[in-house]
Structure formats: structure tokens, C-alpha cells
Design a protein around this ligand. Structure first.
Ligand SMILES: [Ca+2]
Ligand SMILES: [Ca+2]
Ligand SMILES: [Ca+2]
Length: 155
């Protein structure tokens, strides 16, 4: 069974951003006492540009996502969905999913999930959208403990 949490992140600056985070805990146990293996996934369901600041048509949106174990062992992943982006569309519903196949640790196992929306340009560097209401940050950064999901929402 897949445990899910949904987040709606509204920014008055440039984007309304909707993401669904799906988490599941694997049933396998490592050799270490009380250590558990987790699979972490994050899916972008939809994003809408409110700024439409592309000089040529509508925006060309894509996601970069990073999932990094900050407590527990596992190899960080970076997912770049540039190759799948659609040009000239201010509203996308891509269902892009980034997966960290395994993080292993105890009940305090923690991962940092970073969501970054980009806008592709052909004559200059890609733009980095601001989807965080904090003036000092552009990306959405979530610290998540998979063990915080109630047992009924895990495998
Ligand atoms: Ca465009
Ligand atoms: Ca563009
Ligand atoms: Ca900001």
C-alpha cells in the first residue's frame, strides 16, 4: 500500500504549485537491529505559471527534484525532467515522479526533498522560478521522516 500526502503550495509571486508526495515503506529489514528500508517518491501532478514571462509564447516548464537522506544511509538522487517538458504551456499536468529507491535507518530516518521548477530558454540560461513564499528561497524544501506515516498507511 502506498501512503500519500498531498501538498498545495500557493505563492503570490509566480506560481501556484500542486504536488503530491507518495511514500511507501518496504517490508524488508536490514541486518541491523530495528533498521528499516524505505522507498521515497515525489510526484508533480500539476503546475501553473502565473507570470507567463516567456518572450516567445507561453512558458516551458520542467521539474528538477532532489531526494537526499539526511539521517540514515542511502544514495541521493537528482531527477531532471527537462527532456520531457512541453513548450509553450503555462499549465502542465505531467505526473513526473522522482524516486529514491532505498534509504535505510531507524525511526528517525529523514530525507530532504527539494522541488525546483525551471523555465527553458533557448537564447539564454533557463529561468529558475520562485515557488517558495520565503523571499530568501526559490525552491520548496521538505524534511520528511517516513516513519511518521501511521502504520495503516505503510506497506
Ligand atoms: Ca515558450
Ligand atoms: Ca522559455
Ligand atoms: Ca521566494
Amino acid at each position: 500500500m502506498l501512503g500519500k500526502r498531498e501538498y498545495t503550495i500557493s505563492s503570490p509571486l509566480q506560481y501556484v504549485f500542486l504536488a503530491m508526495l507518495g511514500f511507501c515503506a518496504c517490508i524488508s529489514w536490514s541486518a541491523r537491529a530495528l533498521a528499516e528500508d524505505w522507498t521515497i517518491s515525489v510526484t508533480l501532478l500539476a503546475a501553473t505559471s502565473l507570470s507567463d514571462d516567456d518572450a516567445s509564447g507561453q512558458d516551458d516548464i520542467y521539474l528538477r527534484a532532489f531526494i537526499t537522506p539526511t539521517l540514515g544511509s542511502g544514495t541521493p538522487v537528482e531527477c531532471n525532467f527537462f527532456d520531457f517538458h512541453v513548450d509553450n504551456d503555462n499549465t502542465i499536468t505531467p505526473n513526473w515522479t522522482c524516486v529514491l529507491p532505498q534509504v535505510t535507518g531507524g525511526p528517525d530516518t529523514t530525507v530532504q526533498i527539494t522541488l525546483r521548477l525551471m523555465e527553458h530558454d533557448t537564447t539564454s540560461a533557463d529561468d529558475h522560478f520562485d515557488i517558495n513564499p520565503d523571499p530568501s528561497a526559490n525552491d520548496v524544501v521538505i524534511s520528511f521522516k517516513p516513519a511518521s506515516l501511521p502504520p495503516s498507511r505503510r506497506l
